[in-house]
Design a protein around this ligand. Structure first.
Ligand SMILES: C[S@@+](CC[C@H](N)C(=O)[O-])C[C@H]1O[C@@H](n2cnc3c(N)ncnc32)[C@H](O)[C@@H]1O
Length: 273
């Protein structure tokens, strides 16, 4: 036995831990995926089998730092600025005009990865309120993820050009500082962009959600695809409990709530009515 092979028993036990702890559902044939994500960890721990690694996990205290290493290896963090921008157009054209009279707007980017999504939202909202002459509107963004690495990257706020996607050059100049010397080619978020965005570690399995306020808009895009139907339904029902009446839930374009009887507002966009 070595880290290149995994017994069915060890695979089932480890995927069950992932499911129970993080809601991420791996089907019975994702052994290659799991090995590719975990083999380096086993080598670093000098363990030669996944059964040993399972034993190691079962003996870990709940708050042990290794859990952060484990979930960082398992989670998929692909993201970029302006992702799925057809939804962002709907945000600008149809959602914000409904709520723009409020003194403050509260958003939650749940599963924010490296911060591309919440910073994109901040740019969109700030540009919108500047255009309608209401820059005094306070934009609060709660941005959370289960991955410690991703939250650290988000707080750092340094991105290469590719991560900025199709963001307009004028917006890049306005909201990012150009890196020089060893930071050449990188872009660092300006304070004006960072303002009132709170990044924190949060496991979406920790329900009910309570951030001490109700949200106008929740973005949870490209996160629910990793969960099974039952977990998705629990999470979505809990989102609706903390959405204001008339608030909006944005999911990824491949994530829809066909079976959940939620009012559709646009492509994978739902309204709390
Ligand atoms: C593919 S990224 C999506 C990022 C961004 N929302 C977007 O659409 O570009 C999925 C994110 O969900 C996070 N995630 C997965 N399971 C989670 C959980 N149980 N609690 C919180 N975040 C989770 C991952 O760490 C990852 O950063």
């Amino acid at each position: 036995m070595d880290v290149n092979s995994i017994s069915t028993d060890a695979y089932d036990k480890i995927r069950s831990i992932i499911y129970k702890r993080y809601g991420i559902y791996l089907s019975s044939n994702k052994q290659e995926f799991l090995k590719s994500r975990l083999s380096k960890i086993l080598r670093n721990l000098n363990l030669s089998t996944y059964d040993q690694y399972h034993d190691y996990l079962t003996k870990l205290p709940v708050n042990d730092e290794h859990w952060a290493v484990f979930i960082d290896a398992i989670s998929t963090n692909v993201t970029y600025f302006n992702r799925e921008n057809f939804q962002l157009d709907i945000l600008k054209q149809s959602v914000l005009p409904r709520i723009h009279n409020q003194p403050e707007i509260n958003l939650w980017s749940a599963g924010c990865s490296n911060g591309s999504e919440p910073y994109t939202l901040k740019i969109i909202l700030r540009e919108y309120f500047e255009k309608i002459g209401r820059l005094s509107t306070r934009i609060n963004i709660q941005a959370t993820d289960i991955s410690t690495n991703m939250i650290q990257e988000a707080v750092r706020g340094v991105y290469d050009q590719k991560m900025l996607g199709d963001l307009d050059q004028s917006l890049i100049t306005k909201y990012f500082k150009k890196g020089i010397n060893e930071m050449g080619g990188k872009n660092k978020v300006r304070d004006i962009l960072r303002e009132n965005i709170t990044f924190s570690l949060y496991n979406l399995m920790d329900m009910p959600y309570n951030f001490g306020k109700q949200f106008d808009i929740i973005f949870c895009r490209n996160v629910l695809i990793y969960f099974d139907k039952q977990t998705v339904e629990e999470i979505v029902n809990n989102y609706f409990k903390i959405l204001k009446p008339g608030g909006f839930l944005f999911l990824g374009s491949s994530e829809s709530l066909n079976t959940m009887n939620k009012k559709n507002f646009g492509p994978s966009i739902y309204i709390n009515e």
